[in-house]
Design a protein around this ligand. Structure first.
Ligand SMILES: [Zn+2]
Length: 310
């Protein structure tokens, strides 16, 4: 009986997803010539995750297309692919994942084609493998996607830490740079040289509270490095609205992480304990960000144990 019910529910979900896929259009903005971005919604993963919370998009060159992040499910990936096909019939040469987080990678499966190469940080394949079970559980819980349908496609073209590689889309070069541990241990950025557009992945959050899942010292260093970049006109964050005031935006994130770090150090020095820290740390930042309480608590949980060992 239980099995029948499960099958029936699975069928219903599948049907709903198929209907959704054929009727939904991704909202796309051309933020610079040939660069299209779909902005996901600011929803929290534990509260209302629907697989479409981050920024995804693509760059069109003279003879090929590069996709940057694919969304949190096959459905979102397919919708993105459909949007690409409405703009161009050029081959999709590269799919680039800015880092390992599930909201950015589970649309990869929609682009699984012999002519498409997947590109990412040299630590990304391991990071994907490491989180596979956990992500499958989350996809089942929140998106009702069965384990076997949560398909990861790891990159085969790998960028080493502190290395930048140029890729040609046909009279349009993009530069992919890999970073030491910061937001995660698998962060890359993509720069479109022609327009001076930087895709920052989750090294930048705008509006919603930044997330740390890598190394806080590394993150602060990388943000300082990004603030001093040259020849950038526009930055596309991993979450939030693309901005021309990008130096200010990186600085706002950096200030948050410095406050987080310093307040945690203070709390440790005062021997307050994690529970008290969650009530006090970085509260001076609370009015500046969306979804602050839930994410700030997670960040404290992440960073506190590490700083205890300093
Ligand atoms: Zn992320």
């Amino acid at each position: 009986m239980k099995k029948k019910l499960a099958l029936y529910l699975f069928f219903l979900t599948f049907l709903a997803q198929s209907i959704l896929a054929s009727s939904i259009q991704l909202n796309l903005i051309e933020v610079a010539p040939g660069i299209f971005v779909h902005q996901g919604k600011h929803l929290d993963i534990d509260e209302s995750y629907q697989g479409d919370i981050c920024n995804i998009g693509f760059i069109i060159g003279k003879d090929s297309v590069a996709v940057i992040d694919t969304g949190g499910s096959l459905l979102i990936g397919e919708l993105l692919k459909k949007s690409i096909r409405e703009k161009t019939s050029l081959p999709i040469k590269y799919v680039i994942n800015t880092h390992v987080h599930l909201d950015h990678i589970y649309g990869n499966a929609a682009f699984n084609d012999l002519n498409t190469k997947f590109v990412g940080h040299s630590k990304l394949p391991k990071a994907m493998q490491f989180r596979k079970n956990f992500y499958e559980t989350l996809n089942l819980r929140y998106l009702k996607i069965p384990f076997k349908k949560s398909i990861q496609i790891p990159p085969s073209i790998l960028i080493q830490e502190n290395e930048s590689i140029l890729f040609d889309l046909g009279e349009r070069e993009i530069k992919i740079t890999a970073y030491p541990p910061a937001h995660t241990d698998s962060d890359v950025t993509i720069t479109d040289i022609t327009t001076g557009t930087l895709w920052a992945g989750d090294l930048l959050f705008i509006e919603r509270t930044p997330v740390i899942d890598g190394d806080i010292h590394g993150f602060i260093d990388v943000l300082a490095q990004l603030i001093s970049l040259d020849n950038i006109n526009l930055v596309i964050p991993g979450h939030g609205t693309p901005t021309k005031n990008w130096q200010e935006a990186f600085k706002k994130s950096k200030d948050y992480f410095i406050t987080l770090r310093d307040d945690i150090r203070h709390s440790i020095a005062e021997d307050q304990g994690l529970r008290k820290a969650i009530e006090t740390v970085a509260q001076s930042e609370s009015q500046k960000w969306e979804l602050f309480d839930v994410q700030n608590s997670r960040n404290i949980n992440q960073v506190y144990p590490k700083l205890e060992w300093e």
